[in-house]
Design a protein around this ligand. Structure first.
Ligand code: ATP
Length: 699
């Protein structure tokens, strides 16, 4: 049996994957079966969130019992195929009339390879341009006011802001509540003050996120940070100049009705000097490529995100590719002397000389001082990184990890291009500041992030973490906790004010790992609707009852409704039901006739994937009874960190253990394009008992 037929018979391919293979066969009947199958698998890989397909590890994509070709033979067939181009240089556009590209071990659909290439080029373009105005001493008093702890050298937030002043491409990563938004708000105040001091126009700043809810949360956090700065005595005129509203990436880029293109692109760039994007882990490859291309020359791009969260549902896993190239962010270079001044209160060279003279036993005395050959820009960066890392973390050792740009020579050995280093900077914030007496999530989040199932289970079973409730072995919270759950949803129907109803709707959510199956969102929603009385309730259209929560499941540029948007059905006095969704102004949601909505589901229960970027006061995380391949530590971590004041986990211990043993990583060439010299983590193998054929069908 041919490989393509085996894959079809095993139910591994979608219609679309098979159609691609068939059309290649029609166009050239001599196309080898292994090439046709690889084309179908490259298409399937995208549906599973990968940028391309690795023919050396096909069993990671398809769990059926297939007699796979030997990797070398398969590779040779791909390399010989006229359908597949193999660019000499990762930066060069691939031949337009070959539908596939084989590069760095991955077989791509051409479009996705081009997105990756354009994204890497775009990031390098942004990062390669230094900010126009230099950091001056005049900014130091404000810096000290904004970051009073900077002098200790241990304040990573101060370090992040200092680095961001000097670089156009910056990633600030960290878990929930580590102060990413707070830090960026202070950075924006510094940039605004810098422009004022120099007599320049104030920077035009955009705050954006992949979903409306995430954009609104970001804006709320910025507003809160501004209020705190005002209370701390920061100049009101400065604070008044900061943005207080967020927007979705789609809105920022300017959707064109019924088109995947945007109004802003390389030839019509965004009219902003600073673009700050939150929830970067949710951004897929095509959207990130379009965003980066639309950032104007000389403008700054600041990406905020939590690297431990799930990657985007759509193809790409962009953030992790960028992060692999950017380093772990714990020892980022500081920049220059003026920035170091802010942090340490004296010029770096003087400090380095003091330290080098042995003033501190914790410092490696081999550190170069000013005047040595080390004063070249890169060495100075490295020097200051070591300085700051040492001040923050104690002894400097050979293992101290420092992110520095790769040299052209080094990159040349990895890649034909000589410019493929990552020119941005990453700072990883580690200290959690969001104190909640109600919810003590941090120890559990750490155990989950580290994949330490035994610690996670002991914490859950001990029941001593405030606000965390473990319903071990329970697979049906609707049976065991019906009254509690229903009370929330029935209360939703007591309000008729759409803005208030949307706020109430965010109080509680059931989050699931999968959409289908007994513990899937779809089945739970159907049962909840039934319990709520469904269409017999006030304001019935077929299925659209007063108080029904809706989740949009596709992007509709025409409606400006996007995958993941949540709305609520409300009946007016005459019983006519409209579905209300958040608008630009939270006080004025937008009404839609239910029949005019793009594809949608109920949203009483939703998958963790769809809940990314949202938070709820109370989260019920329900895992399947049997292990499913979508489970991973990132999924559990993302689900639990959606909770603000109470987390309920209903799951079996063995399922938690298996989930925490897996990473949700994807095949991507982005890290390589940006100069990462490590191999991307291979996606976890698919367990044989998996029930579900493709991830695309899951969320
Ligand atoms: N240096 C700090 N000192 C005191 N409180 C802080 C500090 N940094 C942040 N916070 C507080 O911690 C909370 C979380 O901060 P922030 O919203 O900036 O975090 P975040 O990383 O953006 O969170 P999320 O990922 O959930 O959006 C806020 O209440 C903020 O005021």
């Amino acid at each position: 049996m041919t490989l393509l037929k085996s894959l079809r018979d095993a139910g591994a391919l979608r219609t679309l994957d098979n159609a691609l293979a068939q059309s290649l066969r029609r166009l050239d009947p001599a196309t080898p079966d292994t090439v046709l199958a690889a084309a179908a698998l490259a298409s399937l890989a995208v549906a599973n969130g990968h940028a391309g397909f690795d023919p050396a590890a096909p069993q990671r994509l398809v769990d059926a019992d297939i007699d796979w070709p030997a990797p070398d033979t398969w590779r040779a067939a791909l390399e010989a195929s006229p359908w597949i181009s193999q660019p000499d240089d990762g930066d060069i556009e691939s031949i337009a009339d070959t539908p596939l590209v084989f590069e760095h071990g991955l077989l791509y659909l051409r479009r996705y390879r081009e997105y990756e290439r354009r994204l890497a080029l775009g990031l390098r373009r942004i990062g390669a341009q230094s900010p126009e105005t230099d950091v001056t001493d005049a900014l130091a008093p404000l810096f000290a006011q904004l970051f009073p702890d900077a002098r200790t050298g241990a304040d990573l937030q101060a370090r992040a802001a200092a680095v961001a002043l000097r670089h156009n491409l910056v990633l600030v990563t960290g878990g929930p509540g580590t102060g990413k938004t707070t830090t960026i708000t202070r950075l924006l105040a510094l940039l605004t003050a810098q422009a004022q001091q120099a007599g320049h126009p104030l920077p035009r700043i955009a705050l954006a996120a992949p979903t409306g809810r995430a954009a609104e949360r970001m804006a709320e956090s910025v507003r809160k940070a501004v209020l705190l700065l005002a209370a701390a005595g920061v100049d009101a005129m400065l604070l008044d100049a900061l943005p207080t509203a967020g927007t979705t990436l789609h809105r920022l880029l300017g959707t064109i009705p019924d088109s995947p293109r945007f109004r802003h692109h390389a030839d019509n760039p965004l009219p902003f000097d600073v673009v700050v994007v939150d929830e970067a882990s949710m951004i897929d490859l095509p959207l990130m490529a379009k965003l980066v291309e639309a950032v104007a020359d000389g403008a700054r791009l600041v990406l905020l995100g939590d690297p431990d969260q799930l990657p985007s549902v759509e193809a790409g896993d962009v953030l992790s590719g960028i992060l692999r190239a950017a380093g772990d962010g714990t020892g980022s270079p500081i920049g220059d002397e003026a920035v170091s001044n802010f942090l340490f209160g004296e010029p770096a060279w003087r400090m380095s000389a003091t330290l080098a003279a042995g003033a501190s036993p914790t410092i490696d005395t081999r550190l170069p001082v000013k005047g040595d050959r080390a004063t070249s820009a890169v060495d100075m960066d490295a020097l200051q990184a070591v300085l700051s890392a040492s001040l923050a973390a104690g002894p400097v050792t050979d293992q101290t990890r420092v992110s520095t740009p790769r040299s052209a020579d080094h990159s040349a050995t990895l890649h034909p291009s000589t410019t493929n280093y990552f020119p941005g900077r990453r700072i990883h914030l580690q200290r959690g500041y969001r104190q909640s007496a109600a919810l003590d999530l941090a120890p559990l989040a750490t155990a989950v992030r580290e994949g330490d199932a035994s610690n996670a289970l002991s914490l859950l079973r001990a029941g001593e973490l405030a606000g965390v409730h473990f319903h071990e072995g329970q697979s049906d919270p609707l049976a065991a906790h019906r009254a509690h759950l229903l009370a929330h949803w029935t209360a939703l129907a007591d309000t008729t004010d759409p803005a208030e109803a949307l706020v109430l709707a965010g109080r509680m959510r059931i989050l699931t790992a999968v959409r289908e199956g007994p513990q899937g969102a779809r089945g739970l929603n159907a049962r909840i609707e039934e319990l709520l009385g469904g269409s017999t309730r006030r304001g019935a259209g077929p299925g659209y009852f007063h108080g029904r929560l809706l989740l949009v499941t596709e992007n509709s540029y025409r409606h400006r409704l996007f995958n993941g948007d949540i709305g609520i059905c409300l009946a007016d006095g005459n019983g006519a039901v409209m579905a209300w969704f958040p608008g630009d102004d939270p006080l004025h949601p937008r009404p839609f006739h239910p029949s005019a909505l793009p594809a949608h589901d109920s949203a009483f229960a939703m998958t963790v994937h769809k809940a990314q970027g949202s938070e709820f006061d109370e989260v019920w995380l329900v895992l399947p009874e049997r292990f499913n391949r979508v489970l991973s530590r990132e999924l559990v971590y993302t689900g639990m960190t959606r909770a603000r004041s109470a987390l309920h986990i209903a799951a079996r211990a063995d399922v938690i253990t298996e989930a925490l043993a897996r990473h949700a990583s994807r095949w991507s060439g982005l890290g390589w394009r940006l100069g990462a010299d490590d191999a991307p983590p291979a996606p976890a193998p698919v367990p044989i008992e998996s029930e579900v054929p493709t991830q695309g069908a899951l969320f």
